[in-house]
Design a protein around this ligand. Structure first.
Ligand SMILES: Cc1cc2nc3c(=O)[nH]c(=O)nc-3n(C[C@H](O)[C@H](O)[C@H](O)COP(=O)(O)OP(=O)(O)OC[C@H]3O[C@@H](n4cnc5c(N)ncnc54)[C@H](O)[C@@H]3O)c2cc1C
Length: 503
């Protein structure tokens, strides 16, 4: 294998692979180096409970998967990726028996939103008219003037009105029922944005409208099918992937990134570019020598704000979850969060460093849509909640009892659930970070999603356009704009910046 490549990509998450695919498509020789033994970062599938049960280790539902302007040109369908959907994309039940659900079918959503159906209809129809332009505006390299203009000033104003609201403020202004009001703030808690956070509505809003159009689809065979398709796109253009190779240092000579040094002591040169699909603090504080990082950037990285930790579980079940509300039995994702106040209390407890007493949960039912995930008649279940990075008494002490609490939380909404459990797997924030070093403290978002860490401040001003203070070194992970999610945009945008600089 040649020791010199046009470009080296460090990390094989969806952004790293998207960057590699775009660079290889442009004719560059590309080498992807992955620290773990298997590729994909937070997009991998494994049998972690019992044989025959295929669980997604990280990402599992893909609002951007089929429609992201960064993935569509790669035609992942042509590389073997196939999608499945359920009639309902996002169900939001509460113990009082109410449930507002979002479906790609507008009539189904309206019926579920009840007296708030007409209000939801207005939002969903606006989104239908503007979706592709909105995605382009949100996912392009900033300042994204062209995409913003195409989105149009009226639509921008409409989105800005959402963006300046808190989740509670926006939901209360649009909807009358508590069931509808908890939907958007509930979706925002996929990140670390609580219902009362200033300018916190937009994350939940975008996820809600995407659930109504692209939906929360699941890839046939598991999330790793996305990774496989991306790898195929890299390799068919001559790119190479090496797993089990951790980059320890990025070597800088004459102010330019010229090579990587692996933990095994191998030095590999890059002729034109190194694209890092790594955590921003890791890049600036550990992979680079301190002397090449401006003090202001270094200081920002020392106080970098990660998002909440994540506590993730997988179950093997001997049947489907016996939900009380029938929408949940037809839903890809079920969100457990009883009310705006319940979500606010949850957020406050996590921020206080406590394990939440009544955890908000994101619960995924992949095998309902894709029967290849489990033996016939049996099912997988996937769920996470948000937690402080460190448990009060340490995760080794708290993990089993907290896992029991999550099971009881599901039991509230689905009496009889616990009796269906054949086996379970638990991933504390520490376990997640051990599986993927980008997930610092179990943060699945590549840093906080709070507004002051977004856009021009992601990961640090003025390095929001994928370039770094070191020439020929680019950051293309979810620590850059537009952040978390399997859309490939951070990687694509970084690759485009490389190609622009290479000429
Ligand atoms: C539990 C969980 C649930 C999620 N659910 C969803 C979901 O349902 N839908 C969704 O869209 N998104 C979801 N996400 C978020 C999504 O998975 C991430 O936003 C996305 O994977 C980020 O991609 P990335 O390429 O930036 O980084 P990652 O996927 O984190 O990949 C980074 C890769 O770089 C490697 N690496 C890091 N440092 C080095 C080094 N020094 N040398 C070599 N390799 C290195 C890591 O090993 C890793 O493989 C979830 C994430 C988690 C953890």
């Amino acid at each position: 294998m040649p020791r010199v490549h046009d470009a080296i990509v460090v990390g094989s998450g969806p952004n790293g692979l998207a960057a590699a695919a775009y660079l290889a498509r442009a004719g560059l020789s590309v080498l992807v180096l992955e620290a773990q033994g298997t590729p994909g970062g937070a997009v991998r599938t494994r049998e972690v409970t019992l044989p025959g049960f295929h669980h997604d280790l990280g990402a599992a539902f893909f609002p951007f998967g089929e429609i992201s302007p960064a993935l569509v040109p790669l035609n992942l369908g042509g590389a073997g990726l196939a999608w499945k959907h359920l009639p309902i994309d996002s169900a939001h039940p509460a113990a009082d028996g109410t449930c507002a659900s979002i479906s790609r079918d507008l009539e189904t959503s309206m019926a579920s939103f009840g007296e708030d159906g007409p209000a939801w209809r207005k939002i969903a129809l606006w989104h239908r008219r503007t979706r592709d332009r909105m995605l382009d505006a949100l996912l392009s390299t900033l300042p994204a003037l062209g995409p913003m203009l195409r989105f149009g000033p009226i639509n921008l104003l409409r989105l800005a009105r959402v963006a300046i609201s808190s989740g509670r403020g926006y939901a209360s202004s649009q909807f009358r029922t508590e069931a509808a009001r908890r939907v958007i703030p509930g979706l925002a808690l996929h990140t670390d944005v609580g219902p009362d956070d200033a300018m916190g509505a937009v994350v939940g809003f975008v996820l809600a409208v995407l659930a109504s159009s692209g939906g929360f689809g699941v890839p046939v065979g598991g999330a790793s099918a996305i990774t496989k398709a991306l790898i195929r796109r890299v390799e068919e253009r001559g790119g190479t992937l090496r797993c089990g190779v951790r980059v320890r240092k990025i070597l800088v000579r004459g102010g330019r990134a010229v090579a990587v040094l692996t933990t095994a002591g191998e030095e590999i040169e890059a002729r034109h570019a190194i694209v890092a699909d790594v955590a921003a603090p890791t890049l600036y504080r550990s992979l680079l020598e301190e002397s090449v990082v401006p003090p202001r950037v270094l200081a920002a990285m020392k106080t970098f704000r990660q998002g909440f930790g994540t506590f993730k579980m997988d179950w093997a079940l001997d049947g489907p979850v016996p939900w009380t509300h029938e929408d949940c039995s037809r839903a890809s994702v079920v969100h457990a969060g009883d009310s705006l106040d319940d979500l606010a209390k949850f957020t406050a407890e996590v921020r206080d460093g406590k394990l939440p007493s009544h955890p908000y949960m994101v619960i995924g039912q992949q095998s309902l849509a894709d029967p290849t995930r489990a033996p016939a008649g049996q099912h997988t279940l996937w769920a996470y909640t948000r937690v402080p990075a460190k448990a009060p008494d340490g995760w080794s002490h708290d993990r089993e009892s907290f896992a029991d609490r999550l099971e009881s939380r599901i039991e509230e909404l689905a009496p009889g659930f616990k009796k269906r459990i054949l086996a379970r797997a638990i991933f504390s924030p520490e376990d997640l970070e051990a599986m993927n070093e980008n997930l610092i403290g179990g943060d699945l978002g590549g840093g906080s999603a709070a507004i002051r860490h977004q856009l021009f401040f992601r990961p640090v001003f003025p390095w929001f356009r994928y370039r770094t203070p070191v020439k020929r070194l680019y950051l293309g992970s979810s620590y850059t704009h537009p952040g978390a999610g399997v859309h490939g945009a951070c990687g694509r945008n970084a690759a485009q910046m490389v190609l622009r600089d290479v000429g």
